[in-house]
Ligand binder design. Structure first.
Ligand code: ATP
Ligand code: MG
Length: 279
């Protein structure tokens, strides 16, 4: 029985793994900061989006805006794909705060209108006291909302947050028929001192979602042992490295890819202004 392959969106990487990740597999991409892990994930989601496969990016550390910006810089048209609901970017730590976020964006929209109106009225030499009061009130409300978001972030336990995270994904994936998922990063999840059992359960639950999933890991020293455990639990492991040749070059190594005849050894790659190029 032939296994369906899901293109990574990076031609040279596909070539190393028989044209792509096995469908519904969970692949760990591990490497130090700046080696292009998040960019690889964007290639993967955009490749899906361009073929009408919806993808979800769950970011733990990097704010949505920063991801959108780096995508736009590399020519990925993320904003457009988000508008078309082909890519959905979620921040893990604000998933539970969506109610607040909805209110904040409504307030911000109202503020924009009020500020424009105020400018017009000032030009016409009219008094703006009432508008000023309303704008001040809205600013206070935004401060309150931000405080509530911060507090709910810290008050909620790791277990509760994880429950919310999976119930949200279980709701959203069938709703938008998502086929691809990125979790960036597992390391950010693991710094909360998760046990091996909890990690096992987390990866198990990710696999149950049925998407083809990229899990990113920072390969940090303090979580090396847990990362090793994760490597056993996932279907594929790709390591990104800086090389020691002093030329700022990088290599990737497909360490494991179940059901796949993979090319072994190090393969050089570059991060170019249009993304990752595997040589
Ligand atoms: N427009 C661009 N042109 C060329 N190179 C770029 C561009 N944008 C980013 N880069 C390179 O990509 C790197 C960042 O890539 P990326 O965010 O995917 O790294 P990462 O492995 O996810 O890092 P972290 O672990 O810190 O999240 C930058 O350090 C830079 O070298
Ligand atoms: Mg990153």
């Amino acid at each position: 029985m032939a296994i369906d392959r899901i293109s990574t969106g990076i031609l040279g990487l596909d070539k190393l793994i028989q044209s792509g990740f096995p469908k519904s597999s969970c692949v760990l991409i591990s490497g130090p900061p700046g080696t292009g892990k998040s960019i690889t994930a964007l290639h993967f989601l955009c490749e899906g989006a361009l073929n009408n496969e919806v993808g979800i990016y769950v970011s733990f550390d990097e704010p949505r805006d920063s991801i959108l910006l780096s995508g736009e810089e590399l020519g990925f048209k993320l904003q457009q794909l988000e508008k078309e609901n082909k890519i959905i970017i979620l921040e893990y730590f604000t998933i539970e705060s969506n109610l607040y976020l909805g209110e904040r964006s409504r307030i911000e929209d109202e503020m924009k209108l009020l500020v424009e109106k105020k400018k017009r009225m000032e030009k016409e030499g009219r008094a703006t006291n009432e508008l000023d009061n309303r704008i001040e009130m809205l600013k206070d409300r935004i401060i309150e909302i931000e405080k509530a978001i911060r507090e709910s972030r810290y008050k909620i336990t790791q277990h509760e947050r994880e429950e919310i995270f999976f119930s949200r994904l279980n709701e959203i994936i069938p709703l938008v028929k998502a086929k691809r998922l990125v979790v960036d990063s597992l390391s950010a999840y693991m710094i909360y001192g998760v046990s091996k059992d909890a990690l096992h359960m987390f990866i198990h639950r990710l696999r149950d979602l049925g998407t083809t999933t990229i899990l990113i890991s920072e390969a940090a020293e303090d979580i090396k042992a847990l990362e090793k455990t994760a490597e056993y639990l996932v279907d594929g492991v790709i390591e990104f490295h800086h090389t020691d040749d002093g030329k700022d070059s990088m290599n990737l190594n497909v360490k494991k890819m179940r059901w796949t005849k993979q090319k072994k050894g190090s393969t050089p790659y570059e991060i170019t202004p249009s993304g990752i190029v595997v040589k």
